[in-house]
Design a protein around this ligand. Structure first.
Ligand code: NAP
Length: 242
C-alpha cells in the first residue's frame, strides 16, 4: 500500500509513533524515524523496520532542526510523500490545579505540541506539494475535543492541533490532504506511573478495551491514503467519548 512512498513520523521511536513506523515500513514505505531524547527506543524501532529507513534526531520545537531533518530526508530519499505529526508531550496536573499551569508549562507544551507540529508542516509542504499523492496526519487527543485530559494546558494544545488541521486543510488544498487522528486512552509509556488516572479519565468505555498503539497506527495509515479525506477530526477511542 505504501510501496515507494516516503513518510516522516515525528516521535517515531516509541508508542503510537513506533507502531506507525513499523506498520508503514512493512507496507512498503521508506520511513524517517524522528526522535528527540529517546535514542535507545528509536534505534530499536529503526532496527525493526523491514524496509529502508532513516533515524533522525531533531527537537520539533526548534525550527532549524526541523528544516535540517526535512533536508536530510530529501537528500536520502529524494522526496517526501506523507508526514505524521505524532510527537507530543504533556505535564500531568489535576484539572483544578490552575496554579500548577505556570507560564513555563504552557510555553513548553505549546512549543512542542502546536508550534512543533506547525514547523514540521511548514518545512515539509514545499516537498509534499511535489508528490502525486501527499497527506499529513496530526495526532490529536480526545482531550482536545472534550476539554478533559492530563492537564488544562495539554487539552488546550490538542484543541489547537485540531484547529490547525482544519485551517490548514484550506491552506493546503488541493495538493495536500490533512487530517487528525484523535485517540482516547492508549496503552503506552505516556501513562507510566499514572495508570489509575488514565482509567479514571477514560471513564466508561463502550467497547471495554483500552486501545493499543497498533490500533492508532492502523487509523493513521488509513487517513494517509484515503483520497476523499481532508480537514477531518477522526476519533478512535473505543466509544470513550460517546
Ligand atoms: N497514550 C495516550 O493515551 C494518548 C491519547 C491521546 C493522544 N495521544 C497522543 O499520541 C502521541 C504519541 O503519544 P504516545 O502515547 O505514543 O506516548 P510516547 O511514547 O511518550 O510518545 C511521544 C513521542 O513524542 C516524542 N517527542 C516529544 N517531544 C518531542 C520533541 N520536542 N521533538 C521530537 N519528538 C518529541 C517522544 O520522543 P522523545 O522521547 O525522543 O522526545 C515520543 O516518541 C502524542 O502526541 C500524544 O499526545 C496519546
Amino acid at each position: 500500500m505504501f510501496q515507494d512512498k516516503v513518510v516522516l513520523v515525528t516521535g517515531g521511536g516509541t508508542g503510537i509513533g513506533r507502531a506507525t513506523c513499523i506498520k508503514l515500513s512493512s507496507s512498503g514505505a521508506k520511513v524517517v524515524v524522528n526522535y528527540s531524547k529517546s535514542f535507545k527506543e528509536a534505534r530499536e524501532t529503526y532496527d525493526q523496520l523491514t524496509n529502508e529507513g532513516l533515524l533522525y534526531q531533531a527537537d520539533i520545537s526548534d525550527e532549524i532542526q526541523v528544516k535540517e531533518m526535512i533536508l536530510a530526508c530529501i537528500e536520502k530519499f529524494g522526496k517526501l510523500d506523507y508526514l505524521v505529526n505524532n510527537a507530543g508531550i504533556t505535564h500531568q496536573l489535576a484539572m483544578d490545579n490552575l496554579e500548577g499551569a505556570t507560564d513555563e508549562v504552557w510555553d513548553k507544551l505549546w512549543d512542542v505540541n502546536v508550534k512543533g507540529t506547525f514547523h514540521c508542516i511548514k518545512e515539509a509542504v514545499p516537498y509534499l506539494k511535489k508528490s502525486k499523492d501527499a497527506a499529513i496526519v496530526n495526532v490529536g487527543s480526545v482531550a482536545g475535543t472534550t476539554g478533559l485530559g492530563s492537564s488544562v494546558p495539554y487539552a488546550v494544545t490538542k484543541s489547537a492541533v485540531h484547529g490547525l488541521t482544519k485551517s490548514l486543510a484550506f491552506s493546503l488544498a488541493p495538493k495536500v490532504r490533512i487530517n487528525s487522528i484523535v485517540p482516547g486512552a492508549v496503552k503506552t509509556r505516556w501513562w507510566k506511573g499514572n495508570e489509575e488516572k488514565m482509567e479514571e479519565l477514560a471513564g466508561r468505555i463502550l467497547l471495554k478495551r483500552i486501545a493499543i498503539p497498533e490500533d492508532i497506527a492502523e487509523s493513521i495509515c488509513y487517513a494517509l491514503v484515503q483520497k476523499s479525506l481532508t480537514g477531518q477530526i477522526i476519533t478512535v477511542d473505543n466509544g470513550q467519548t460517546m
